[in-house]
Design a binder for this molecule. Sequence first.
Ligand SMILES: NC(=O)c1ccc[n+]([C@@H]2O[C@H](COP(=O)([O-])OP(=O)(O)OC[C@H]3O[C@@H](n4cnc5c(N)ncnc54)[C@H](OP(=O)(O)O)[C@@H]3O)[C@@H](O)[C@H]2O)c1
Length: 272
Amino acid sequence: VIGGEITGHTRIYAHLAHPTAHVRTPQTFNRGFTKRGLDAVAVSIDVTPEDLPELMRGLRCWRNLAGIGVTMPHKETIAAHVDVVEGLGAAIGAVNLIRREADGSLTGCNTDGAGFIAGMRENGYEPAGRHTLLAGVGGAGRAIAFHLAEAGVASLRISNRTFARAEALAREVARVFPAVPVSAAPPDPAGCDLVVNSTPLGMHPGDPLPVDADRLEPGAVVADIIMAPPVTALMEAAAARGCHVHPGLPMLTTQLGAVVEFLHLEEAPAHV
Ligand SMILES: NC(=O)c1ccc[n+]([C@@H]2O[C@H](COP(=O)([O-])OP(=O)(O)OC[C@H]3O[C@@H](n4cnc5c(N)ncnc54)[C@H](OP(=O)(O)O)[C@@H]3O)[C@@H](O)[C@H]2O)c1
């Protein structure tokens, strides 16, 4: 917000989650909005899956709502509540950003996968040409899988607690990117020079590791998309094995630019 004051001109970015205590988006984006001189504010909305349909109907009427951010556990179900899904978002089947159009209709997209790739590149790690293991096929994992394939990884192995979901995602990615060898696999990182954790394992003390850390290749890039804690047990184990460690925050910070552009936050608000 401009001058630290929220006014009747301020545009609202509603970030939907359940629960909300762990989210980092509002504070990260508010710092970003201020830095860019944008009259916008991000607020967190705690909504349960049962109440989501009613909230989404209501948000269509919120005229100075610039957009909606979406995270756990709503990313996959929310696509049913928008009118159009753009880009790889439809293939991914998960939406994490929604624009409210002037007529109240909702346009969704997915910025997670592109944000992950941009964050890696910002830290100097190019995914193209890497043999990759991705653990976890939730909303974030699905987005990352499609974008890793788009970025041109040498191969993509996908592991997941519910193995059938990894198999299904491998088939879907292979259909969209037939040139990339994609398979469902156990969480064994041997032979991989890129390992990505997109499960929530590591958020809580005592969580098991999402991959077999004893088989990490020294020199591999090990990326964890968890943001809290900033250093997970997997990242510690990877550093001890001589891997390069890439944290979760860049995936989020790189998405701010995409959010500003998709929501037209630099343009004058239409409702004033
Ligand atoms: N850095 C960022 O910008 C960013 C962005 C989005 C999300 N995240 C983080 O990424 C993580 C995943 O988010 P999401 O939205 O993709 O979650 P989600 O949709 O709930 O997906 C969870 C995935 O992890 C697996 N999983 C969950 N609990 C597990 C357990 N106890 N053991 C093994 N596997 C388990 C699930 O497997 P099943 O299929 O077997 O259920 C599923 O594949 C969260 O920690 C979230 O905070 C970070």
